[in-house]
Design a protein around this ligand. Structure first.
Ligand code: FES
Length: 122
């Protein structure tokens, strides 16, 4: 399985490794930035940049392991209370507190299917 690790250009003591369940990719994300900001550094076609403020739901993910810090409001139209209790959140509204494994469950899912990951590297 392909593994890509990307990170910000400057070194930071607060970098966390974010593993994407579907593709096996990983990227580095500062504790001071959102998971979506870090994810965009993968350069993956199909990672849409939506509203970036918790309103459109395009960046919906499920946190499978690790803890996140919420940095802003998430629309209940896109993440219900029950989903939030199961670890579902919006990548543009959370920052990592530790290394994470996440599953992309929103409209970005297609960008992380194995076929698209293999296609992106060729
Ligand atoms: S980009 Fe719109 S909710 Fe995250």
């Amino acid at each position: 399985m392909q593994k890509i690790v990307t990170g910000p250009r400057d070194a930071s003591p607060c970098l966390r490794s974010i593993q994407i369940e579907q593709s096996g990719e990983a990227y580095l994300c500062r504790e001071t930035e959102t998971l979506l900001e870090g994810m965009t550094r993968l350069g993956r076609r199909g990672i849409p940049v939506g509203c970036v403020n918790g309103g459109c739901g395009v960046c919906k993910i499920s946190v499978l392991s690790g803890r996140v810090r919420q940095v802003g409001a998430m629309s209940r139209a896109h993440v219900s209370i029950e989903e939030e209790a199961r670890g579902v959140c919006l990548a543009c509204r959370v920052a990592p507190l530790e290394d994470l494994t996440v599953e992309v469950v929103g409209k970005m899912t297609k960008a992380f299917t194995l076929a698209n990951v293999v296609g992106a590297s060729s």
